[in-house]
Design a protein around this ligand. Structure first.
Ligand code: MF3
Ligand code: CO
Length: 263
């Protein structure tokens, strides 16, 4: 079921989103080559609980941590570990979710550790642009396929692989609500978007092929060809104009990264 949020509910999601932005900024600042992914996870847990919020991933279907930290060929759902170090030259995706006053926020970014290859730097940059291209389509009256198509078109213009086995999602009181929000699609097809809908758009874009598999830990998703993958996610609200990016306070569409079609 797709839930429509009223203004009071949106205000609560905004508070959750703004807190999550704060947390992610601090994580982005703190992470550095040599640090373990468990150290980063512990820091996130402390930041979230100190703000009287709840880490939403922890315990979700038995997931054991606050963050998903996915390195290089890991697409998503990497489990933080004291044995995993974020090494110079790798690209690290950090995905985090929290609940504040009963309302969810979900957001992710990818950061290069120290010096990374130009290919990886471009992959990260284009994945972020894919998000904004997709989100720009999330307006009242458009359809889900318009979002997916915009993401896919930009990614594939770089010959990147658009991960198909995982999608974005509706979000609200629950982390995962209807509808699923794929990063591929056909314009004019799929669920119609309406003001008050809140969704997480999360392009997962690979330097190689889009095929993935799950590791035997039951969580980590990696690319079959072991080429690196980037992930970028925000929670957004559909309004009567361009969407509000709830997990990006201060963001304005005038400063959005430009895509291929909008100069
Ligand atoms: N953050 C993921 C998403 O964007 C979900 C994480 S699964 C969990 O949908 F188990 F780690 F919580
Ligand atoms: Co998500």
């Amino acid at each position: 079921m797709i839930t429509i949020k009223n203004d009071l509910q949106l205000a609560k999601m905004r508070s959750a989103g703004h807190l999550l932005y704060d947390v992610l900024c601090q994580l982005r600042e703190r992470m550095a080559p040599g640090m373990t992914t468990l150290d980063l996870d512990r820091y996130a847990h402390e930041l979230i609980t100190h703000a009287h919020a709840i880490p939403s991933f922890l315990g979700y279907e038995g997931y054991p941590a606050t963050l998903c930290v996915s390195i290089d060929d890991e697409v998503v759902h990497g489990i933080p570990s004291k044995h995993i170090e974020m090494k110079e030259g790798s690209i690290v995706s950090v995905d985090c979710g929290l609940v504040l006053d009963g309302w969810q926020a979900d957001s992710a970014f990818t950061k290069g550790m120290g010096q990374i290859s130009p290919e990886c730097a471009q992959l990260i940059e284009v994945t972020e642009r894919c998000f904004f291209e997709g989100a720009r389509q999330a307006v009242d009256g458009n359809r889900l396929g318009d979002i997916g198509h915009a993401v896919q078109q930009l990614a594939e213009s770089y010959n990147y692989g658009v991960i198909r086995d995982l999608t974005g999602h509706g979000i609200g009181r629950e982390m995962h609500e209807d509808p699923a929000v794929p990063n591929y699609g056909t314009p004019g097809h799929g669920v119609r978007l309406r003001r008050g809908m809140t969704i997480a758009i999360e392009p997962m874009i690979a330097l190689g092929h889009y095929q993935v598999h799950q590791l035997r830990d039951g969580w980590t998703i990696v690319t079959n060809d072991h080429k690196p993958c980037s992930h970028y996610e925000h929670t957004i609200a559909i309004t009567n104009g361009l969407p509000e990016v709830l997990t990006y306070p201060g963001f304005s569409w005038e400063n959005a990264p430009k895509g291929e079609n909008n100069i």
